[in-house]
Design a protein around this ligand. Sequence first.
Ligand SMILES: Nc1ncnc2c1ncn2[C@@H]1O[C@H](COP(=O)(O)OP(=O)(O)OP(=O)(O)O)[C@@H](O)[C@H]1O
Ligand SMILES: [Mg+2]
Length: 479
Amino acid sequence: MSISRLLRSKPKPRIAESPPVDILELKKDPYYIVASVEVGNSTTKCILTATNMKNGQTRIVNKTVKMTRDVRKPRPGEEVFAHTLCGTPLTRESVSELVRDTLLESHATARLSIKDDLNFVVRSTGVVAGFSSPDEVGTFIQALADGCLIAGVPPRLMTPAMSIQNIPDRFRPYSLMEKIVFNGPVASVFPPKGSTGVEIVANEMEGELATAGIKEGSKWTDVDFRNPCLSLDFGTTLDGRITSAEMPYSNTIGNFCGLAGAIPDALIQGTGLVDPQTGTTLDLFSGKKVKVDRTARDYARVIDEHIRIERVPVGRSRYGSVPVDPAAAEKIGVVLIGCDVGENGSELNRLSQLGRKIHQEKGLKTLFAAIDVAAAITARRLVKVAVDAGLVTRDTAIGVTGRAGISGNKPELILEEIGTLGLYDQPEKNIVFVDDGLARGAAVMARCMNSMGTPRHPMGGLRGGGCILRQRIEYEART
Ligand SMILES: Nc1ncnc2c1ncn2[C@@H]1O[C@H](COP(=O)(O)OP(=O)(O)OP(=O)(O)O)[C@@H](O)[C@H]1O
Ligand SMILES: [Mg+2]
């Protein structure tokens, strides 16, 4: 290695950070307020965002996070319609109460009124493991609507406005509804063609939101995350998309699915420091970075040997516990890429044993460091499968969100690992890390549904290109 290379400092990962916004500021400018209600396998969240319609920037107003496992138990007579990945039973009623409480708490803390201040609600869930086919996720989204309604959300805040009259006065100047209508693509990406996407993979909507959210979050950095791009959302489960380079709208050409945070959770469950069934990495994470040494890297390689990453083989109805339909995906030209441990997590218990061993031999810090390295190797392998399938080139931007992908040392390590693929001259200018990607995506989706945009700060279109409003108008005149 040359001296100059040795002396060059390590590239800094680009992590999107937006300044918080307070209530006084919210009254000054036209801020569009969206609640993202997410029931995940580990956490249930209500994240309130405010988008300044003058410049299109989205900031976080409040984030209320509860553990999904603390949901109340099913009452006699209620039907258990879903289970989280670690087995917590959910009924339509218990989910809606959890959603109601989270929404109310979030607004109370932010001192905002659901009735007067909120402009839109987007609901999503990662709890899909128990469904027998990908599209059953729709039932869950309806249960989330119950929760919003009993919290006092007006129903019109959950569906796209049909005419400009339904948009509040102060936002009308920012709606382009008279020029363009919402026809499916969020942040200029079509869902998998010929479907809404959920027919092929149950968490396609999460992938859609995460992709849009990373597009928005990247605006706070120098990474251009327009199309073509690849997004990875490391929640308890994995979701994400790969998009093509087309104008004015790109297509979804790949989807990610399977296990993500469930992998570190299994390792941590083995330590005996958390509940062996429902404990999570989050329960022990201090928020501080730990030192990554040789030993941690060696352990990470052993962890990695248990992790399967591949194109989802035809014939599987579930991959990494996520319902999939690989035959339907193949028909519409979408490549499914999955992450699993054994088959549908069947060997997660082996990871728990390994977690126990690492903890006993070297302690918790080394285990956390090994988890960070293992996550980075996973990210690199997922990208490699996409490259080998011809879906990703040096023109593709990569974006990562979700706690199991951006906490601790993961951004630095992911940059280093993906760097080894040799795709980019400057990986740090092509890979972006975004906190709360899904909630930011909800803010984008809400605006797309109401044809609201800021042409001077475009999010749609291609990397390096300009605003695509004119092409969109021409496209719609043709179709
Ligand atoms: N420091 C960390 N290292 C690795 N994983 C972590 C860390 N902190 C949290 N996690 C994991 O991230 C996951 C939680 O992330 P998140 O809240 O985004 O998921 P979720 O929305 O509940 O899941 P999903 O959307 O897949 O249903 C858990 O599996 C959690 O243990
Ligand atoms: Mg989630």
